[in-house]
Structures are given as structure tokens and as C-alpha cells.
Design a binder for this molecule. Sequence first.
Ligand code: 9WO
Length: 266
Amino acid sequence: MKFHILTIFPEFFRGPLEHGIVRRAQEAKLAEITVHDLRAFTRDRHRTVDDRPFGGGEGMVFKPEPIFECVESLGIAAREVRGIGRDSVVLLSAQGKLFTQPIAGELAGLERLVLICGRYEGVDERVSDFLADRELSIGEYVLSGGELGAAVIVDAVTRLLPGALGNEASAQQESFTDGAAVTGNGPNSTCASGGLLDYPHYTRPADYRGMKVPEALISGNHEEIRRWRRRVALRKTMRNRPDLLERVALSAEDKEFVEGLSAKSE
Ligand code: 9WO
């Protein structure tokens, strides 16, 4: 899969994409990530990418020309012309639709993904109206530009590419993966998925300065381990993301446990 990132800060991506799974996916030729400097698509002496807003107001607006011309240089036409296919052009913005794990899965099926990073007070709306096919936000907060969002999307999508993870199963098991899409991953599975947050992990030493690893994990009793992981995943989900619980298929055992927790209102 090919990623194209459009930015006025190409150096920004030196760090985040050169480590771990994303780095290995590039080395294995599963992912090819190209960062494009939008200033290379200007023609004036000062390499201007911004201009004053029509209608007045504070700050500057990202000009449409460098962005359109950079996308066109990749052989990708405006939205109406290219239609819906194996390419997607995304504008990162705080006004976008929320980027979620199912969208990551959808994007992982593409041939090419173009990520446009805005700066200043915003990007000329014609980029969203005529060039991009979606506008995505990585969360409900304002950032100073789209770069962090683009890095987040590249990371989340890359790890879903077939072969990107050493252990193919682990992409499926973690939090937010749709339980229904995973075989044998109902509420009785050993992994804490199925729409719940992940269960906590421990490694040696079993006693670190008096902080002990839960007894159940040391027992060697697989049924006990499964039950413990399921319970703590349920408890953590209830405390931190009660909204997720409403979408999860709970077993009778789960319900009993959750009701017990609610009663204690922990
Ligand atoms: C500023 C602002 C202030 C009050 C109310 C709403 C507001 N929205 C913005 C805003 O979107 N500013 C942008 C910040 C201007 C262009 C650069 N910025 C930005 C944020 N680009 N991309 C993001 C972003 C945010 C969340 N997820 C992905 C990208």
C-alpha cells in the first residue's frame, strides 16, 4: 500500500514512521510512505503556501494551488473525475469525521492513501469540496496542524496490512477490534476483545517491590486466567469507556459480574 503525506513540515515525519511496525512494514515493502513538501509546489520566490482569508478575520488560510498540484503530480485527479476507486484523498482536520478502527480497516484495503496536512487557521474549503473524498479528525481536540493526525492514521492502517505484524492474531485481539469480525472471539474467548478494552498485562518479576502480579495469572489454571482477564477488561471498560459496553455481547457470566460492579458503584 502506498501512503502519500502532503505537508509543509516534511521533517516532522522523520521520527514517528521510522520505528517499530511501521518501519518494518516499509522494509518489507508492504507499505511505501512518501512525504511531499508542499512548498515544492509553489512558484513564487518566497514559496508562499498561505494567504489572507476572504471576508476578513484573523490569521492566514492554506492556499488551494500547492495542494491540488501536489495531488495531481501523483496522477490523482479531482474527486469528480477519479470517482470511487482504490485511491482515497483525506484531509486531516478538527472538523472531520472521527477516525475509528473500522475506518482504519477500510483504508487498509486501498492501493493509495493521500493524507493532506493543514496548518494556519485552516485550509481553503475547495480542497475538501473538490479534491478530498473524506475529511478525518483523530479526536475531539484542536491540534496545530494535521501532521500528528496523519502519523496516527499511517500507524493504525499499516499495522492492519497483511503480514505487518509478526503475530497475525494480535491485531485482531486488541481493544476496539470489532469482535464480530474475529472468529472464536465471543464473550468467552481468552482475549479481552469483542469490543472491550484490553486486559492488563504483567511480566516478571512476580513481586516487584511488594507490587504483586495478580494470583490468578500465576495459577497456571487457564480457565481461571481467562475469567480474570475477562473480568478486569469488563471493569476497566465500565470505568473508562462505559459507552463501549452497550455495544458488546455479554455472556450470562459477564452480566452477573457487571451487575455486581454496578451495585458496588465502583
Ligand atoms: C480551531 C478552532 C477554534 C475554535 C473552534 C473550532 C476550531 N477549529 C479549529 C481548527 O480546526 N483549526 C485548525 C487546526 C486549522 C488548520 C490546522 N489545524 C488542524 C487540526 N489540522 N488538523 C487538525 C486535526 C485535528 C484533529 N484531528 C486531525 C487533525
